[in-house]
Design a protein around this ligand. Structure first.
Ligand SMILES: [Zn+2]
Length: 426
């Protein structure tokens, strides 16, 4: 059975608590260990190494934005480069006993998630999933007694669940050895993901219960199965996990109350249902997966020329141009083609989108500019926001923002598939 509306998937909440991390600094001192701890200075990409030429493009949100598109990502989240150790715990309940083996549940997400991160990060995120307890961890209370429902806050239900999880697993698990935790709940607990999505991440949560001296600050909970009945679950069902882990690394939700209409299928933080997709170049920069010389900052007056290579291609070359409007907003420009994690690009070209660091997670911090408005799109895939699937601009086309006068024109594409882009600002 398919969902009645494949384009608007059920919405999932990211509960970010980075704003409170400064209050509780329980920094782990374990040398060489992971960094579950919120407040760790190593959270996020290395932010201090940016060249000054990019400073005008490092937009930031004002205080009060829980989870912002701003760069750099504040401390408290898990680091997003280098070796990241992910602890996976499979849990079940007396009223929802695990079906099959716990390692089969683990196998729904790995090695696919590891591969997805390796491709998307150009090898910069070495994601190491571990499952030190190979069996179902039975929680002491029935599932329904935790009061877990869609949009449920951390307190009291999730706090109790994490406390119980720690007490049940602590004998077998050294929690301080890990950077993040994935709680893979038996799929028969709670409603079907087609009805309501329970999966949730609590990120930068320094007030979470502690284990082995560190708070469980960055934890993703995955429920049910994202199985639309189309037969693609084995290939695409894992995608909820890289989405949830995206929050652990500090990325906001891009879908809104209206579904995927703001950013379409151009980022897994927008749509994690359906076929594989990548992250936007802005997110890759935010996560530390692009070198400074791969990012162009078009902050000056006049016209600047930029050469962009397809975002999904491994290797060097320009990947992102940013055109700041003010200290909190700007336009991002990148080339999207089919390949890598982007398996459903039906109109290759230059994708332009507005980034607003003052708009919070789930409220549309990124809006893709549609080069072909009201076309209906070009995708043949279900679970892909259709209208924005043909959003990229092609050679000879341009976008102009009447309010700011910013003009972004697409020049020639060379034989290797690289595009020339011209940015003009007054
Ligand atoms: Zn989310």
């Amino acid at each position: 059975m398919r969902p009645t509306d494949c384009r608007i998937r059920p919405r999932r909440r990211a509960a970010a608590m980075a704003s409170v991390t400064v209050l509780t600094l329980t920094v782990s001192t374990a040398a060489g260990a992971g960094h579950l701890t919120a407040g760790s200075k190593t959270a996020g990409p290395i932010a201090t190494a940016r060249t000054t030429a990019l400073t005008p493009c490092m937009i930031t949100g004002s205080l009060g934005v829980q989870m912002s598109e701003g760069i750099p990502t504040p401390p408290g989240y898990a680091r997003s480069t280098g070796t990241v150790r992910a602890l996976n715990l499979m849990v079940d309940f007396s009223d929802a006993p695990g079906e099959g083996s716990a390692l089969d549940r683990f196998g729904e997400f790995f090695p696919q998630t590891t591969r997805w991160f390796r491709i998307s990060s150009y090898g910069r995120l070495d994601y190491r999933p571990e499952a030190p307890v190979g069996r179902w961890l039975r929680m002491p209370k029935p599932f329904k007694e935790y009061g877990i429902e869609r949009g449920a806050p951390f307190d009291p239900g999730y706090r109790e669940l994490v406390e119980d999880l720690v007490s049940v697993a602590d004998g077998d698990v050294d929690f301080k050895a890990y950077d993040l935790v994935n709680v893979l709940v038996t799929p028969n607990a709670g409603p079907s993901a087609l009805d309501t999505v329970l999966s949730v991440t609590f990120a930068g949560n320094a007030e979470a219960p502690a284990a082995d001296g560190v708070p469980i600050a960055n934890a993703s909970f995955v429920y049910s199965r994202q199985d639309d009945g189309s037969g693609s679950y084995a290939e695409t069902g894992y995608r909820v996990l890289p989405h949830e882990n995206g929050h652990v690394f500090g990325l906001p939700d891009l879908y809104t109350q209206d579904g995927g209409g703001a950013a379409g299928h151009w980022d897994i933080m927008s749509e994690d249902w359906g076929t594989d997709n990548d992250l936007l170049g802005w997110h890759k920069w935010k996560l530390g997966w692009l070198d400074d010389d791969q990012v162009g900052c078009a902050a000056g007056r006049g016209t600047t020329e930029h050469r962009l290579t397809p975002l999904q291609q491994r290797g060097g070359g320009g990947k992102l141009v940013f055109v700041p409007i003010d200290e909190g907003t700007g336009y991002a420009v990148e080339v999207r083609t089919r390949g890598g994690n982007d398996v459903d690009v039906c109109r290759a070209g230059v994708l332009i989108y507005k980034v607003d660091a003052d708009i919070d997670t789930g409220r549309g911090p990124i809006n893709v500019v549609d080069s072909t408005r009201d076309s209906g799109g070009c995708t043949l895939s279900s679970n892909v926001h259709a209208e924005l699937s043909d959003a990229p601009f092609r050679p000879g086309e341009h976008f102009k923002d009447p309010r700011t006068g910013i003009r972004i024109a697409v020049g020639k594409k060379d034989r290797a598939g690289n595009y020339r882009v011209y940015v003009t600002r007054r």
